[in-house]
Design a protein around this ligand. Structure first.
Ligand SMILES: Nc1ncnc2c1ncn2[C@@H]1O[C@H](COP(=O)(O)OP(=O)(O)OP(=O)(O)O)[C@@H](O)[C@H]1O
Ligand SMILES: [Mg+2]
Length: 613
């Protein structure tokens, strides 16, 4: 997409090129494939019902014609009513009833299909999003795309109904047209010609509407953010104390005013041109109608034929217009589908190779970083620069360093959320990239510094560490005991079944340290070969941290553990300390040794110790 499209600020609405418009229609078939996949039987029933419904109107007109002509002859020429006359009346009743029932049935099909499709697309979006690289989540353009894709799942349901309607309208038009052609092909041609300008107008505005909406996505996302920020529990404390309310409302209003102005501008133009073009369609209809009346008056047509033709002209004119409007609606909607289809086309770059290895069990020679350098995608700054380190099986290592030195980044590489820009990470001598991702992740348990607070029950909050054990209260409890979460949960009114967090009714919020104990239970539940704790003990009080970590060290004796902490009381309990500075390992060795050597580590240690004296 062009640069201009990313800019939400301009008032001019750039119209997409015709090529772009036609290309968008190519996105329709994959979506209809999805529609078909999500409910083949509903789609089949719907199509059949629509075909049936589309021939009924002309059938009704034909029966009416026969009836009227029969009555006409009966009145003027006193001829006897034909034998099947009353059957014809009954037939008309049956046709009308079937049409009404088909209408109901189609509404039913549409509702069911819309529901199924929304569900299907939403689940697929969630599944797909969960497989994508972490990098994607740091790219605002990707967020916009995902947001638009999400809306497709719910809003684009209209498209399916439109497609159904298009089928019906098309065949109804064909059947009416057949009736008119029989009388005069020119009449039909005239009707169509009068509708074409309205069609072109409709499509034009539909495309304008799309590009406007496309350009507005970033602004809408920002508005969503402001709206959520203005009404969320997390932000309420600061908003109040800093008096940010009016500031946020003002920001929101500015953005929404701008969008409103743009929408209004388009709506006004659409109103003006749309009204003129519709007038043209109406002229076509009444022109044809007047011609038919003239023919009847001249005696060329019977009253029955007049009725049929008047009905067919009215029906054809409405349906031709409808076909065009629906078609341009589909074209419009299909532009939005671009985002859905493109979203599904985004593939993760971090994935398992075909025939990837299963992660070793047990790990024999450990993990090795060999000359690893790393810069975040889209940035040239090397956060890590030629890192060499080794983690032996059964070894517990602490990673220390000032803020922003790349500790968490090392964890992200170790867990293959990112791949190194240069160098290699080896597990038992084999590049991490050669292992199957799921099997690799199974062997690693990580609690990140910004671990999730799931607004679910206490038990579920622990179970996320190993979701297969969600229904195993014994293992969950055992894990909670190990991380001292048990005592936190004991105090909750509903114990393990207590809903945590305040988002939902009946939830109870925890303190920062209490949340951390719960999160640590995840690591114990996971019982992986490599455990990584990225400062998840920062909010624990000194006694709790010391206890938690002592316990952690005991319980992970035979495992590899990587601990990141700014507290030296904890750090000193590990076997070896790595000091990270300017993207490289500046010092390493056991705590005592590093303190004795008197380098960077000793300096940091002294600084912290001095505060306690
Ligand atoms: N997603 C990202 N995209 C771009 N740069 C990032 C990203 N995450 C971190 N950085 C940059 O990488 C550097 C290292 O970040 P990292 O989170 O690894 O530091 P850290 O050592 O864990 O710090 P802290 O002690 O504060 O947790 C920082 O300078 C940060 O600006
Ligand atoms: Mg960090």
């Amino acid at each position: 997409m062009s640069e201009a499209k990313q800019d939400e600020g301009n008032h001019e609405i750039p119209a997409p090129k015709w090529r772009e418009r036609l290309q968008a229609l190519r996105k329709v078939p994959p979506v209809f494939r999805m529609v078909w996949e999500c409910a083949p039987s509903v789609v089949s029933f719907g199509v059949v019902a629509r075909l049936a419904a589309s021939v009924i109107p002309i059938g009704l007109l034909e029966v009416t014609r026969v009836i009227i002509d029969a009555i006409d002859r009966h009145i003027w020429y006193h001829s006897a009513l034909q034998k099947d006359f009353w059957w014809l009346v009954a037939l008309e009743f049956i046709l009308a009833s079937v049409a009404a029932m088909l209408g109901r049935f189609l509404t039913f099909c549409d509702t069911v299909l819309a529901d199924k499709f929304t569900r299907y697309v939403s689940t697929r979006i969630m599944e797909h999003a969960s497989r994508l690289d972490l990098t994607r989540y740091e790219d605002p353009r990707f967020y916009d795309k995902m947001e638009r894709a999400r809306v497709q799942g719910t809003d684009r349901v209209m498209l399916i109904q439109m497609a159904g309607r298009l089928i019906q309208e098309f065949f109804t038009t064909v059947s009416f047209a057949a009736g008119i052609i029989f009388f005069s092909p020119w009449l039909l041609f005239f009707l169509i010609v009068c509708v074409v300008p309205a069609f072109l107008g409709e499509t034009h505005f539909a495309f304008l509407g799309y590009s406007l909406s496309f350009n507005q996505t970033p602004a809408k996302r920002r508005m969503d953010y402001l709206r959520i920020l203005g009404g969320s529990r997390e932000s309420a404390k600061e908003l109040k104390l800093f008096g940010l309310g009016p500031f946020l409302v003002g920001r929101y209003k500015d953005l929404s005013d701008r969008l409103h102005y743009q929408n209004l501008q388009l709506a006004e133009r659409r109103l003006l041109f749309g009204a003129l073009l519709t007038l043209l369609g109406t002229i076509g209809y009444y022109g044809a109608y007047a011609y038919v009346i003239y023919q009847a008056v001249a005696g060329v047509l019977t009253i029955g034929q007049l009725t049929l033709l008047a009905g067919a002209i009215a029906g054809a004119s409405t349906n031709i217009q409808a076909v065009f409007t629906t078609f341009s609606g589909i074209a419009d909607q299909s532009l939005f589908l671009t985002d859905l289809v493109e979203f599904f086309a985004v593939q993760p770059s971090i994935r398992s190779k075909p025939g990837a290895l299963v992660a070793p069990q047990p790990i024999r020679s450990g993990i090795e970083f060999r000359n690893v350098s790393f810069a975040y995608p889209g940035s040239r700054k090397k956060i890590l620069n030629g890192i060499n380190l080794k983690l032996e099986p059964g070894e517990r290592i602490a990673l220390v360093g000032e803020n922003g030195q790349g500790k968490t980044t090392i964890v992200k590489l170790l867990t293959r959320l990112y791949d190194p820009t240069e160098g290699q990470i080896l597990l038992d001598g084999v590049d991490l990239r050669d292992y199957d991702l799921d099997s690799l992740w199974k062997e690693i348990g990580v609690i990140f510094q910004d671990f999730m607070h799931y607004e679910m029950t206490a038990s579920e909050n622990i179970a996320v560490g190993l979701i297969e054990e969600a229904n195993n209260p014994f293992r969950i409890r055992a894990a909670a005991m190990k991380s001292f979460a048990e005592s936190v949960i004991q105090k909750l009114p509903k114990g393990y079944d207590q809903l945590l967090g305040c988002r939902f009714e009946g939830g109870v919020d925890l303190s920062g340290g209490e949340w951390q104990k719960i999160a640590l239970a995840r690591a114990h539940l996971r019982d992986a070969q490599l455990l990584i704790l990225d400062e998840p003990t920062a909010a624990l009080d000194a006694r709790a941290e010391s206890e938690v970590f002592k316990r952690f060290a005991e319980l992970t004796k035979s495992k590899m553990a990587l601990l990141i902490s700014h507290r030296f009381s904890t750090v000193r309990m590990t076997d070896r300390v790595l000091v990270l500075k300017n993207g490289t390992i500046a010092e390493q060795g056991p705590h005592e040794q590093l303190v004795k050597t008197g380098g960077l580590y000793a300096e940091m240690f002294e600084l912290q110790a001095a505060n306690y004296r």
